[in-house]
Design a protein around this ligand. Structure first.
Ligand SMILES: Cc1ncc(COP(=O)(O)O)c(C=O)c1O
Length: 447
């Protein structure tokens, strides 16, 4: 064991794989074994590994200007170029861009901007944020409070109440739908529950509702048709902003530029990270509608400074790489490619619906999941996470990386550059892993 404290790892099961290099959609371990990266790292390596164009831009930027901060009146060309590009492409008119380093800090930034805006607009109580069950928004103090995954909460004593975090139900119809309830009835019920929460708390105390277009770490939960339309209608009725967490869905993951486009969302706040740089360097963006930014700017001018910023906000390397990555997305029509290959991926994943262990197949575009259950007709779940973890280990044995999530859901989220032949490879290896898992749960008498 080394001196490392590993992130999101069971300390008793750390250091199981040493990853040494990557090439296209593949990674290699220290023994030279090749794995299809069926999770694009952590839902992020959209353009795969070793892209020479990106490497070239990164080298040039480091030579030209390895660092310049953005405090106190300083700026630089790479940051301005990126901010303007993002503002032009996000599904929001007059978006204003604050740059950070991770999805978590982008979400923390918006939590703070909500509070700043509440003060600046003379509504100091309008600071509460509605977040959904099974949502994942990061692990810094505020973003972890927005997250609703039990293992991200246990022992951390998160200040939910102080931060004004309210919780509403997830869009998970498979688990959340009542017996005999149709999808559209489920959607209507979720909208009613949301409205009841807003009325109980007081609409003028609530600033925003945060939602991923498709919840990733919560299990790849694809909302039923009409879900965001119904949610947005409720929010609009009370002037509550929709905060669109695009950290996974942004930049083609659902086969469209942003998840909001696919889901018909009209957000006032957006967070971006991961595929923003295709994970070549850490960078994130928190984007707000112009009127929100103007209100904050007017107040900050009175104070004499807008007192929020990271040393690495607008780091030149991150900005140059993200700009190049966006250029590649657009030049190579990567979002259309993701839609095309994604549709093939969904067709092939759907084949697993007949597998005895698979209770639900979910997915859209280049993201999907299987929920492994002990009994399909009753949806009886397996205890803990062991079955999903076994399946992921078995997939590794076959040279495929997938990710076990809570509720024994296993996720796939491959780089967007893959072709149908890679989908076939993924499906074949996933099928072998599922069969090995079935043998194991049978031997262990878990079904
Ligand atoms: C939807 C969503 N938001 C925010 C985050 C946090 O991003 P980061 O891990 O870069 O802090 C993640 C990370 O997986 C995410 O999936």
């Amino acid at each position: 064991m080394t001196a490392m404290i590993y992130p999101t790892t069971n300390p008793a099961a750390a250091e199981q794989m040493m990853v040494t290099r990557g090439e296209g959609p593949y990674i290699f371990d220290q023994h030279g074994k090749r794995y299809l990266e069926g999770m694009a790292g952590l839902w992020c390596t959209a353009l795969g590994y070793g892209n020479e164009e990106i490497i070239e831009v990164a080298q040039q930027q480091m030579r030209d200007l390895s660092f310049s901060h953005m405090f106190g009146g300083k700026t630089h060309a790479a940051a301005i170029e990126l901010a303007d590009k993002l503002a032009a492409m996000v599904p929001m008119s007059d978006g204003r861009v604050f740059l950070g380093n991770s999805g978590s800090d982008a979400n923390d930034t918006l939590m703070k901007l909500i509070r700043y805006h509440a003060e600046a607009s003379g509504q100091p109580n309008r600071i509460k944020v509605i977040a959904r069950e099974q949502g994942y928004h990061g692990v810094t103090l505020a973003s972890a409070a927005l997250t609703a995954i039990p293992t991200n909460h246990t022992h951390f004593q998160l200040p939910f109440e102080a931060l004004g975090v309210l919780r509403t139900g997830s869009a998970n119809y498979y688990r959340g739908g009542h017996d005999g309830e149709s999808e559209s009835e489920f959607v209507a019920r979720r909208a009613q529950e949301l409205e009841a929460l807003i009325l109980a708390e007081g609409p003028d105390t609530i600033a925003a509702m945060i939602a991923e277009p498709v919840s990733g770490a919560g299990g790849v939960i694809v909302p039923p048709a009409g879900y965001f339309d119904a949610v947005q209608k409720v929010l609009d009725r009370y002037g509550i902003w929709l905060w669109d967490d695009e950290v996974i869905c942004g930049f083609g993951r659902l086969g469209t530029d942003f998840g909001a486009t696919k889901m018909g969302m009209a957000p006032q706040m957006i967070t971006l990270a991961k595929a923003l740089s295709s994970a070549y360097v850490p960078i994130s963006a928190a984007i707000v509608q112009g009127d929100i930014a103007d209100c904050i700017a007017a107040s900050a001018t009175d104070v004499g400074v807008f007192g929020h910023g990271y040393t690495y906000s607008g780091h030149p390397l991150g900005c140059a790489v993200a700009s190049k990555v966006i250029d590649i997305y657009q030049r190579d029509h990567i979002f259309d490619h993701a839609a095309k290959v994604g549709s093939y991926l969904q067709t092939r994943l759907a084949e697993f619906a007949g597998h005895v262990l698979v209770g639900e197949v979910s997915g859209v575009g280049m993201i999907g999941a299987l929920e492994l259950v002990a009994d399909k007709p009753t949806k009886r779940p397996f205890d803990g996470m062991k079955v999903g973890q076994f399946c992921a280990k078995a997939a590794e044995g076959h040279g495929l990386i997938i990710r076990p999530l809570g509720g024994n859901r296993i996720a796939v989220c491959p780089p967007l550059i893959i072709e149908n032949s890679h989908v076939d490879e993924l499906i074949e290896k996933l099928g072998a892993a599922l069969d090995a898992t079935l043998d194991w749960v049978t031997a262990e008498k878990l079904i």
